[in-house]
Design a protein. Structure first.
Length: 479
């Protein structure tokens, strides 16, 4: 039997890694490192360490991408099947190649992203055998990955000793002091937080995470900047400040991937081609939807805004919600946008915005995502046989509310929206759903528990949500 090996590189519990801090700079740094670890660093490890021949090429901007014209069956040592969107799948010639890659890749993670929750799983596969690649990938990402994920969850970080100073964000042993940021004095940070600071300093527009975001989701830099702190996003003197954490996810994407090629007599090469189209199409749809959302916000601000001293008064949304943009420099038409993407991987998106315009921005994103999946083409043909809807959860909280808990709430709300979508059969019409929750204090229990306790009585339900983002053709009893 051939010694070929299928290798999966994936992440688990990324929300704890990304959102374990209330500092936006550290959230952004964590998100960037996760994106790099599951795409560019995978490709760089192969190219820069001479694991040849391979199917990777360099782009004009010095980053790397998959070369679709290089095939494993032509004698490659490794073929990257997909990379990005939260995971990577590689096909290695044998265990020696796989172990060489894993040794070099692990060294990169330990050096540049300590404590990042990456795990790997592998499965033997004979390219020239009778087993279909689709079946092998399904097993790799199912049963085999679940076992590897459990081992990752059971591992514990190395804690300090009695004389160690704990990191203020993670509680792990501190290795250095942070740089002062604004009015915040230096504080002890662990290796994990130091790595995040190294790529995402809110005062340095040229650092890697900032450059990456502006490349993926560009903005009008003549007038706007992405906020580097939650207070820059919403601050208003004399008023309570609220931000919204929005988590959106494509509907039924996992099911579509599992059934990709089912009932079709695809050979291994055709499966690789179609899986890449699907993966690249999702990433493109997410990017286009975010860009459309940003454009709609900027266009509205430029159209309807009026300077009032150093504050820009603007209106956005169907109800024309009044917002105040904070100036970056006095006397200049340069302001912080009330919006910041945090995660963009595959069909999975998280962004933070001014709480007052959260619903308008979220609806804009969900509609743009569905429209993008219906229009994206490769070689003149649509990538998806039908449009893909997306559902979202919105958690509206005070600016300094614990960010990890706010994200958990947004994710819980998104799952609640998906449950309502299934129960009400909105999925049959590819209609997404939306749920939200507004809190001024702590939370006691999950969303369903809170609503059962505080919003339901003998006469009915006071929430009237989740809601469909489009009008269904057939209305059913809500749940």
């Amino acid at each position: 039997m051939s010694g070929n090996q299928l290798l999966l590189i994936d992440t688990t519990q990324t929300q704890r890694y990304i959102f374990g801090s209330n500092r936006l700079m550290e959230n952004i740094g964590g998100s960037y490192l996760v994106a790099m670890a599951t795409e560019q660093w995978v490709l760089e490890t192969i190219v820069k360490n001479g694991i040849e021949p391979h199917n990777i090429r360099q782009k004009a901007d010095k980053t790397y991408e998959i070369n679709p014209d290089r095939y494993f069956e032509d004698g490659l040592a490794v073929e990257v099947i997909t990379a990005g969107g939260g995971n990577s799948i590689l096909l290695c010639r044998d265990k020696t190649v796989m172990k060489t890659f894993l040794r070099l890749y692990s060294h990169r993670l330990l050096r540049d992203a300590p404590n990042i929750p990456v795990y790997t799983a592998h499965e033997p596969f004979d390219w020239s055998g009778t087993q279909k690649l689709a079946e092998a990938v399904g097993k790799l990402m199912g049963e085999t990955a679940n076992k590897a994920k459990q081992m990752q969850q059971d591992s514990q970080p190395l804690l300090g000793v009695g004389v160690s100073v704990p990191c203020k964000a993670t509680g792990l042993p501190a290795v250095q002091m942070s740089k002062p940021v604004g009015d915040t004095p230096p504080y002890p940070i662990s290796a994990e937080i130091a790595a995040k600071h190294a790529v995402a300093d809110q005062k340095n527009e040229n650092l890697a995470a900032i450059t990456y975001l502006k490349k993926e989701v560009p903005i009008n830099e003549d007038h706007y900047r992405y906020p580097g702190d939650f207070d820059d996003m919403v601050s208003r003197k004399g008023e309570a400040n609220y931000i919204a954490i929005v988590h959106a996810d494509g509907d039924g994407v996992g099911s579509r991937l599992k059934t990709l090629g089912k009932g079709k007599d695809w050979d291994n090469r055709t499966y690789i081609t179609e899986r890449r189209k699907f993966s690249d199409g999702l990433k493109a749809a997410t990017r286009q939807a975010l860009q459309a959302t940003i454009k709609s916000l900027q266009d509205k601000l430029l159209q309807d805004s009026k300077p009032n001293g150093d504050v820009l008064i603007a209106f956005y949304g169907d109800e024309e919600q009044r917002i105040e943009l904070q100036p970056i420099e006095e006397g200049k038409y340069l302001y912080y946008l009330p919006f910041r993407p945090i995660i963009s991987g595959g069909d999975d998106v998280t962004f933070v915005c001014d709480g007052r315009i959260a619903h308008a921005l979220t609806l804009n994103y969900l509609r743009a995502f569905k429209q993008a999946t219906n229009s994206i083409k490769t070689e003149g043909e649509k990538v998806f046989d039908k449009p893909i809807s997306a559902s979202a959860g919105i958690a509206i909280v005070r600016t300094h509310y614990p960010f990890a808990r706010a994200y958990d709430l947004a994710e819980d709300l998104m799952e609640n929206a998906k449950r309502a979508r299934r129960f009400n059969k909105w999925k049959e019409e590819e209609i997404g759903a939306l749920d939200w929750h507004f809190t001024v204090g702590g939370l006691y229990g999950d969303v369903r528990t809170i609503r059962e306790r505080e919003y339901k009585g003998g006469s009915g339900d006071l929430t009237l949500r989740p809601v469909a983002i489009e009008k269904p053709k057939q209305l059913s009893e809500r749940r």
